[in-house]
Design a protein around this ligand. Structure first.
Ligand code: NAI
Ligand code: AKB
Length: 343
């Protein structure tokens, strides 16, 4: 099977590898669509993300969906021909975190495209069947692949307890911010304010339904949010840029008694945060790491037409053109590129 392998920063090699055999609890999936995530681009450019270092050749890609071509002997509920979205993180199922239901916090997780685990820029993946979610006919495999960033958005909104009538401020209008917007609307948010520093991203967020888009390179966020909320502040702020000034600004924009959810990964671990403001204004500050138990919800939301994920895709490329696709994905005005495979 043809597989794109990152052998050095900015260098893919197309290798011919042998197809994996599904274990008794696995499905073998012919990959159809894989999204290019910011973390893939980061590994491509720098060969590392923090402590995760690409020491051996690595297959990137963790936003994937495809068609089941074979099932292991214990698998029920899926059969060849079914189309599935693959949840990329498979936990150990035995540790304290898994046992208490926080399987996304398992420290022994196998997460696609995170060293040393290979991802999905390849023709076939064997994957545990309970982390493969059947897609109804109305949901494409491209949308199935994007259940991954949508899941990040759903989890962030759950962490922020976003509810009916809420005003949600989302800082950063990249794919994650846009997926938070979809999930927030689905959770009942009636007002969504989005920030960015790239005008094209803000226009796109508005086209997708943001009520207010603020270019924080030009406009003071606190003033803009105060104007929009009559001085009250946002009920929930979801930080989805990872930019340090944006992380710090969350406390200026959240209402007293509101919630800040930190999703974006800052380059530096230490970001000054005014703890007296957190205490005085009784702000709940939550980290949000990947997701748990979101894929069923993501598929249902897509099937019901409540959210749109495919609209964020700027371009599709083939595996043969993966280098070019990654170069395009580095353009700051591009939101999402996909690698697609011919059936
Ligand atoms: N916690 C988690 O589980 C996950 C975290 N992430 C992180 O979430 C963040 C967002 O991911 P993507 O959307 O893929 O990244 P992205 O880089 O495509 O989007 C970030 C957006 O923030 C904008 N931005 C930059 N500076 C800003 C500022 N000062 N204020 C507002 N916006 C600003 C950028 O122009 C860009 O549009 C990244 O830090 C990523 O590493 C991504 C996936 C999962
Ligand atoms: C941080 C990422 O972008 C990635 N989706 C991950 O969960 O590791």
């Amino acid at each position: 099977m043809r597989t794109a392998v990152l052998v050095e920063p900015t260098e893919f090699e197309l290798e011919d590898r042998s197809e994996p055999s599904p274990g008794p609890d696995d499905v073998l999936v012919a990959v159809r669509d894989v999204g290019i995530c910011g973390s893939d681009v980061h590994y491509y450019e720098h060969g590392r993300i923090g402590d995760y270092v690409v020491e051996d050749p690595l297959v990137l890609g963790h936003e994937s969906a495809g068609e089941v071509v074979e099932v292991g002997e214990n698998v029920t509920g899926l059969e060849p021909g079914d189309r599935v979205a693959l949840e990329p993180g498979v936990p150990c199922r035995r540790c304290a975190h898994c046992k208490r239901g926080d399987y996304h916090l398992c420290e022994d997780v196998t997460f696609m495209a995170t060293p040393p685990h290979d991802g999905a820029f390849t023709e076939y993946v064997a994957w545990p069947s309970d982390f493969a979610y059947k897609l109804p006919d109305s949901v494409s495999t491209a949308a199935g692949a994007l259940c991954e960033p949508l899941s990040v958005g759903i989890h962030a909104c759950r962490r922020g307890d976003v509810g009916t009538g809420d005003t949600v401020l989302i800082t950063g209008a990249g794919p994650i911010g846009l997926m938070v917007m979809e999930a927030a609307r689905a959770a009942g948010a009636t007002d969504v304010v989005v920030t960015d520093v790239v005008e094209e991203k803000l226009s796109f967020a508005e086209e997708r339904g943001a009520d207010l888009a603020v270019n924080v390179a030009e406009t003071d966020l606190e003033t803009a949010v105060d104007d929009y909320t009559d001085g009250v502040g946002a009920d929930v702020v979801v930080e989805a840029s990872g930019a340090e000034p944006s992380i710090r600004s969350t406390l200026d924009a959240v209402r007293r008694g509101g919630t800040v959810v930190l999703v974006g990964l800052a380059d530096e671990a230490n970001v000054p945060f005014d703890v007296l403001e957190v205490i005085d204004n009784e702000i709940d500050v939550h980290g949000s790491f990947r997701y748990k138990n979101t894929y069923d919800a993501a598929v249902d939301l897509l099937a019901d037409g409540v959210v749109d994920v495919e609209g964020i895709v700027d371009f599709e490329s083939s595996l043969d053109d993966i280098d070019d696709a990654f170069q395009r994905a580095m353009d700051p005005t591009v939101v999402k590129g996909m690698i697609t495979f011919e059936p």
